[in-house]
Design a protein around this ligand. Structure first.
Ligand code: MN
Length: 212
């Protein structure tokens, strides 16, 4: 991906109501059009007078921000992270009719070796998501040795992309579920598991393994 400043907020690849009844249309609209839009705007704003940074991709910004002075470092950490994490999240969802695993795909062999089966992996991902205190994410990641792991991050932190490739994430900020599920994060996670974009997760695995 070569996109750099000014970052845009492209439309969702599905309708706001496409994930009903699991994730409601109003949540999707506010989450994409307000929350992700704000992260995008709040990333572009501090980059406006930083020409050296304007050619960097999201991944590059996330790699170099620790070397920047404050408050720029924190602005990039929170907002480049917010854009990266939300794009991965939204593209990792799809209408339930499309949320179908291709069981012959090597991703599921890797899931089997690490977790047992897909249900066991989702249980581990859900437990990790429940363990996040406050706002953050749970992640399924691919490690350099080809194995899979579950990790969590706080706030809009992104896993260290030089050490692991995110395949799937669960946004557990309350803005991801409060309108429908109120404070019941567990019910939200159970619903979201019906609309996982498995073809996209398979493609991310392929890219990470150099298969595509
Ligand atoms: Mn969010």
């Amino acid at each position: 991906m070569s996109e750099h400043y000014p970052f845009s907020n492209p439309p969702l690849p599905y309708a706001y109501d496409a994930l009903e009844p699991y994730i409601d249309a109003r949540t999707m609209m506010l989450h994409h059009d307000r929350h992700l839009r704000a992260y995008t705007d709040n990333l572009n704003a501090p980059l406006a007078d930083q020409p050296r940074l304007q050619t960097l991709t999201l991944e590059e910004l996330l790699a170099i921000y620790p070397a920047l002075p404050e408050p720029l470092a924190t602005q990039i950490r929170n907002n480049a992270g917010g854009v990266y994490n939300h794009r991965l999240f939204f593209n990792g969802l799809t209408p339930a009719a499309n949320a179908v695993e291709n069981h012959s795909h090597p991703l599921y062999g890797a899931i089997g070796r690490t977790f047992g089966n897909t249900g066991d992996m989702l249980q581990s991902l859900g437990e990790a998501a429940m363990s996040v205190f406050g706002s953050g994410y749970a992640w399924l990641v691919l490690l350099p040795d080809g194995s899979l792991a579950i990790t969590t991050t706080a706030n809009q932190d992104t896993p260290p992309l030089g050490q692991m490739l995110p395949l799937l994430n669960a946004d557990v900020w309350e803005h991801a579920y409060y309108l429908k599920h109120y404070n019941n994060r567990y019910a939200y996670l159970g619903d979201a598991m019906h609309v996982i974009n498995w073809p996209e997760v398979e493609a991310r695995y392929d890219a990470g393994m150099g298969l595509s």
